[in-house]
Design a protein around this ligand. Sequence first.
Ligand code: COA
Length: 254
Amino acid sequence: MSDSHILVERPQAQPGVMVIRFNRPDKKNAITSAMYQRMTEALHEANGDADVRVVAFLGTEGCFSAGNDMGDFLSYAMSGSTEPPAATLFIKALASCGKPMVSGVDGLAIGIGTTLNLHCDMTIASDRSLFRTPFVDLALVPEAASSLIAPRVMGHQRAFALLVAGEGFSAEQAREAGIVWKVVAAEAVEAETLALAASLAAKPPQALKIARDLVRGKTDEVLVRMDEELVHFTAQLRSAEARAAFEAFMSRKA
Ligand code: COA
């Protein structure tokens, strides 16, 4: 990848904030293996650096992320690999991150572009955002412990609609379902997200950490569910039905 597909910044105007930004707009910020790796490194860096108080995920104008890179999915499906999929270390780093995480979503949030937000403590979304996880349509299954977290947050019916039926949620529906904190105009997403991150970063760090840990609860069961999901996700990635779905996407413009 070009290193610039993930930008990791520490804006001077927001002390204590690390921004992790998807920056591959020509591919709708689809996430490659190298991008997962860079984000994982950044989360480890944030965890180990007392100067980082809050992590903020951002995308580009009109697009948070279209999810896992479909070309990478297809390569994995054809490789016969038994290695864990590329996102594995990243989703575990998300679950284990000891710093508050916020996200600012403007536009498309597909697949892990949606499930990443389930690990964020507060998400701000533009009114033109769309949250969608077409896992089953791609012959895949929910990941990132979304099968555990989403039903708890939004109840069975809405979690089923999102994760199994592949229904799209508007920003307002996502807010009503409890996976978005606030809906704002598109041009306000970035400023509001950074202001929110900065206000959290300015709080007494020890109290912030304890309060966050209490509200989030233990991560053990989240990590266990990730592993359970991964067994099925990995098997499905190698299935003929998934491969057909990836090939259909890759050749749809031909
Ligand atoms: N992986 C790889 N490339 C992707 C991608 C993905 N997940 N999502 C979009 N892109 C690429 C497209 O191939 C296209 O590239 P090209 O210009 O070289 O052909 C470019 O991004 C623009 O996408 P396009 O499909 O033309 O835009 P759109 O506005 O018509 O549709 C989406 C946007 C996100 C609805 C559509 O691209 C899509 O369905 N992507 C797949 C999303 C997905 O299923 N992700 C995995 C979830 S588990």
